[in-house]
Design a protein around this ligand. Sequence first.
Ligand SMILES: [Fe+2]
Ligand SMILES: [Fe+2]
Length: 281
Amino acid sequence: MPCLLLARGEPAPLTRAHLRQLPATAPRQVVLADAFAMIEEATRSAETRKRRLGEHVAGATAIVADLFDSAALGAGLQRADVDRGTELVLAAVSDVGIGAWLEAVWRHDIGVYQHTLGVAGHAATLGSQIGLSRNDLRRLVRAALLHDIGKSRIPVDILNKPGPLNPEEIRLMQRHPEIGATLLAAQGDIEPEVIDVVRHHHERLDGTGYPDRLAGAAISDLVRIISICDVFSALTERRTYRQPASGPEALAIMVEARGHLDPDLLRAFSPVMLGNSALAA
Ligand SMILES: [Fe+2]
Ligand SMILES: [Fe+2]
């Protein structure tokens, strides 16, 4: 069967819109008309995906901003917002992939919201790659969206300081896990596993982390996964005062910092993280 295949630059799954079967005897005008129709459809669907991604990023940024604002004001967080944000991240990442998600996040926002959405994107990618159940995947992304919520109570000039913090500022900054966990515990509608992530995402396997100096088995799997997403995001983010590390550089730094992150999970996640074209450069 003679076959005309038009392929664009993206490894998108082939759908009916991308395939046409024509009899070998089809007149040239019919073949050409079909080819042009396919090009048009492919362009339209790429534009639709791009527009949808923009909407997802804008929606998720607004939700994260609302969550941080509510937390800063001492108002309760809307659980429905957390769930909506989770669905937006999951939909966007499965739609366009983590690379396009990060590109869009980095373009659209700054600072702590950008970091939150980056960590959530990595969590969504890694969680679905290791085949987490629907519920566990949602819990993981929820935890990522909330992990730094305690920063809502840290003075903005410390959060946005373009350069290293002094010891007093570091002490204040290091209170954000406890602040976040206390804030979420007061909510009553956030599951303990998520609060555990918020409180312990800066613990290290060798017991040198904070705030509780937990070590080894005391650090849950969910916390270990978020810690990896958190550090990887932080290292590869675009900041005004330093060049971001590339994906391979960031992973090398993480592997070298022995005793901090779970080495087995790091090994399992490396191919996924390195498969991301936005970070491979
Ligand atoms: Fe943090
Ligand atoms: Fe973080």
